[in-house]
Design a protein around this ligand. Structure first.
Ligand code: ADP
Ligand code: GN1
Ligand code: MG
Length: 368
């Protein structure tokens, strides 16, 4: 759906000096609507990120934004403490003229961030060095979140990575068959059912207390970290909507899901999709070097499980959305969610083939 908004009006509510000259759709995020605004300020072009918050998903925008305010404030302090530049190395919210962190036009909710310039995001890993950088950035971010008082955070999307609940939603979507697409994807449905035993592998250990609950990012895909356009060094972790209590394995796992894919997430030709074990080892090295000493033995062991589970879960979510008529993830063409589901299932198959060595590496990395 192509919606346009009264950008001049939206812009006028934020404390930004200058005139809005351009506002274009931007980035590859699947959840919010992101725009790049260009503002002429005393003869210079200054860019900002404008996002229409997906309030169908994030129903309590006020609480969501309170979380983001807290986390950006905390990351600002940590960047300052290490002698970095917080204007560049973390997300900076621009307030409205009334001092709020978002603006509501009566229907839609908008927020504005400073544009992090001279930085890029990747959708496919270019070099192992890039991915190592992402690992260090997310490991550092996990460290930062470990200092965070979880009780201050509102749980934006409860059960976000509860794979058992995701499975129930999937079964429900199959039964309802709202979009009438069930017969066409019977093979994929059977595949998900055949792997049902995976569902409890993390949540059961959380419930039994074997894995500790932490504060996690929960959406650590490759394009949620920005790298310096010249040096490739990690600059900032972005997309802070889903920060809430979670497992380390969720964050580690989602990066493996998105980064260790030899092809695009929505590659239609699954023969091009392979699990890059070499990149798994690279990420593991970077992550364990930065995540800190509080990681428990059981958590180390859970990291490769996270890779498998986040990929299985995400594939199941894509297939669920396909069955429900593509209402959750942004799609640009028919069949895109199905292609996404298929890439994830292929990755899971290959991860399971490699699982023993993935686990061995997780238990030995940094100890030899
Ligand atoms: P979504 O929740 O839809 O994934 P994101 O917050 O991840 O939304 O933003 C989508 C994309 O917009 C990112 O992948 C990145 O390319 C770009 N982006 C987001 N914030 C910034 C920023 N502050 N500076 C530059 N680019 C950004
Ligand atoms: C969404 O927002 P974005 O595009 O970074 C989704 C993730 C999925 C991912 C799959 C809030 O991430 O959970 O893993 O798409 N985010 C939300 O690409 O549902
Ligand atoms: Mg994103």
């Amino acid at each position: 759906m192509n919606t346009t908004y009264d950008f001049q009006n939206i812009f006028s509510h934020f404390s930004i000096e200058g005139e809005l000259t351009e506002c274009e759709r931007y980035g590859e995020g699947l959840i919010n609507e992101t725009y790049c605004m260009t503002v002429n300020c005393r003869g210079n072009n200054v860019r900002y990120i404008l996002q229409r918050i997906n309030h169908r998903l994030f129903k309590e925008v006020d609480k969501l934004m309170q979380n983001i305010e807290l986390v950006t404030e905390c990351s600002r302090k940590s960047v300052l403490a290490r002698g970095g530049d917080p204007e560049h190395e973390c997300l900076n919210l621009i307030r409205t003229k009334e001092g709020k962190s978002y603006y509501c036009d009566g229907t839609n909710y908008f927020r504005v961030y400073k544009f992090i310039e001279n930085a890029i995001v990747l959708n496919i890993v270019r070099t192992p060095e890039d991915f190592y950088e992402c690992a260090v950035a997310f490991g550092d971010f996990a460290n930062l979140l470990s200092t965070f008082d979880a009780s201050k955070l509102y749980e934006v999307l409860p059960n976000f990575h509860n794979t058992k609940i995701r499975y129930k939603n999937f079964v429900n979507a199959v039964e309802k068959n709202i979009a009438g697409r069930k017969d066409e994807v019977q093979k994929e449905i059977d595949w998900v059912i055949a792997h049902k035993d995976l569902c409890g592998k993390l949540v059961d250990k959380l419930e039994s207390g074997e894995l500790p609950l932490r504060v996690t990012h929960n959406d650590t895909k490759l394009n949620n970290v920005m790298l310096d356009a010249k040096t490739g060094k990690a600059v900032a972790v972005i997309d802070l909507d889903t920060i809430m209590p979670g497992l380390l394995a969720y964050d580690f796992g989602d990066s493996i899901r998105s980064g260790c894919n030899s092809a695009a997430e929505d590659e239609p030709e699954t023969s091009k999709v392979h699990f890059r074990y070499d990149l798994y080892e690279t990420y593991l090295r970077g992550y364990l070097s930065s995540v800190g000493k509080t990681i428990t033995e059981e958590e180390r062991k859970s990291l490769p499980v996270g890779g498998v589970l986040m990929t299985y879960e995400c594939g199941m979510r894509f297939l669920t959305d396909y069955l429900e008529g593509d209402t959750y993830f942004r799609t640009m063409r028919k069949g895109q969610n199905l292609d996404r589901a298929r890439t994830q299932f292929k990755l899971v198959d290959e991860m399971l083939e490699n699982f023993d060595r993935m686990e061995k590496a997780a238990l030995t990395e940094g100890r030899n």
